[in-house]
Design a protein around this ligand. Structure first.
Ligand code: TXA
Ligand code: MG
Length: 340
């Protein structure tokens, strides 16, 4: 395998909106052909999605999936999301009940992942699903991930393309900083539109529909489609939890302090909304996630802001209070982990 990674910026990222098939301009691009071949041969390709950049490999090839964990330095085998080009392709691997179909039809392609029973005939490797009888499946609103899954005719396993424990990447430069010497190729399509990872929802008969991880679609929007409230992971003994939610994720190397009402000397301020905390003038640096208090704008900027404030001259990142409305729940979830 060629390492360090080559970088490719697609000029014509067009796909069929229904099937995810690459349009001729994409299919004929030598960059696309080499990305497809690398994946088919068990290689690792960083591929942008609307949420964050993913580190993709053939989900049916256990060796390729193991090399994802190796590249990320991920200590344990958490189950991975398999990315598919369409709902029709997804249904070959998972059993979608009525709730799962409702959510898939409303939000795919888009930033939700459905955890559903794995079909016995699915070719997704046991390592990808960590030996569970369920699979996490997503049809992203991301032309390259869909087109590569279509062209290789494989589900693509992809966690975020960062070293384990670090902040998720929302640009190709973030991926390159951490993984360029360990992977084969980076597909560069600029900054991600959503900026936080997908919402992960369990849809299994006999269990409540459960939000395992808040993410790119707000709980309000999910519940509006579902027609009833979601159960939350870990809120009582009966609700299942997501294996990957246990570990401390998303950590910058400087401490993070939440709900800061007052800024101390030497701190950087991660602000939100038009009103700054007291003594904001003491901050070494201020990044406002959204001056208007828009949670969607804030989600888009979150991980890049944490990276930008992770500097030797910053003693601590002080985070202003952020409400839970819209994508606020997902943002607060990630910040809590960063502060843990
Ligand atoms: O937006 C995203 O979801 C990004 C992009 C690249 O698609 N991917 C991502 O993957 O965030 P990862 O590996 O960081 O997160 C996958 C989450 C973990 O919390 C994991 O525990 C959960 O999905 N998960 C996967 N399979 C599961 C399963 N069978 N049951 C319960 N949780 C599962
Ligand atoms: Mg991750």
């Amino acid at each position: 395998m060629t390492r360090p990674a080559t970088q490719w910026r697609p000029l014509h990222p067009d796909i069929d909106p229904q099937t995810g098939a690459p349009a001729p301009g994409l299919a004929d691009d030598p960059g696309f052909q080499s990305a497809s071949k690398l994946l088919a041969d068990g290689g690792l390709v960083a591929v942008p999605t609307e949420t964050v950049y993913g580190l993709a490999a053939d989900a049916t090839n256990a060796e390729a999936v193991a090399s994802i964990y190796q590249a990320k330095n991920r200590p344990s085998f958490n189950p991975l999301i398999s990315h598919l080009p369409s709902l029709a392709a997804a249904e070959l691997h998972g059993l979608f009940n009525e709730d799962a179909l409702k959510l898939a039809k409303a939000f795919w392609p888009g930033p939700i992942t459905l955890v559903v029973p794995k079909r016995p005939e699915s070719s997704i490797a046991d390592l990808t699903s960590a030996g569970l009888d369920t699979v996490a499946i997503r049809v992203p609103d991301a032309p390259l991930m869909r087109a590569l899954a279509f062209a290789t005719d494989k589900p693509l396993a992809a966690p975020s393309a960062n070293r384990s424990g670090r902040v998720s990447p929302t640009t190709a430069a973030h991926v390159s900083e951490e993984l360029a010497d360990r992977i084969d190729m980076i597909v560069d399509m600029g900054a991600c539109r959503v900026g936080v990872e997908s919402s992960v929802i369990l849809c299994v008969d006999g269990k409540p529909v459960t939000l395992l991880r808040p993410g790119g679609v707000s709980a309000e929007d999910l519940e509006a489609v579902l027609g009833r409230p979601l159960a939350r992971a870990g809120t009582n003994d009966k609700t299942p939890s997501s294996p990957g939610m246990m570990t401390s994720h998303y950590a910058p190397s400087v401490p993070v302090r939440l709900n800061a009402e007052t800024i101390e000397d030497g701190e950087a301020l991660l602000a939100f909304g038009p009103t700054l905390p007291a003594h904001a003038d003491r901050a070494v640096e201020i990044v406002n996630l959204s001056a208007t208090g828009d949670s969607f704008e804030a989600a888009q900027k979150l991980f890049a802001a944490l990276r930008a404030l992770d500097r030797p001259d910053v003693r601590c990142i002080a985070v202003a209070p952020i409400g839970n409305e819209g994508l606020g729940e997902a943002i607060n979830d990630r910040l809590k982990r960063a502060a843990a």
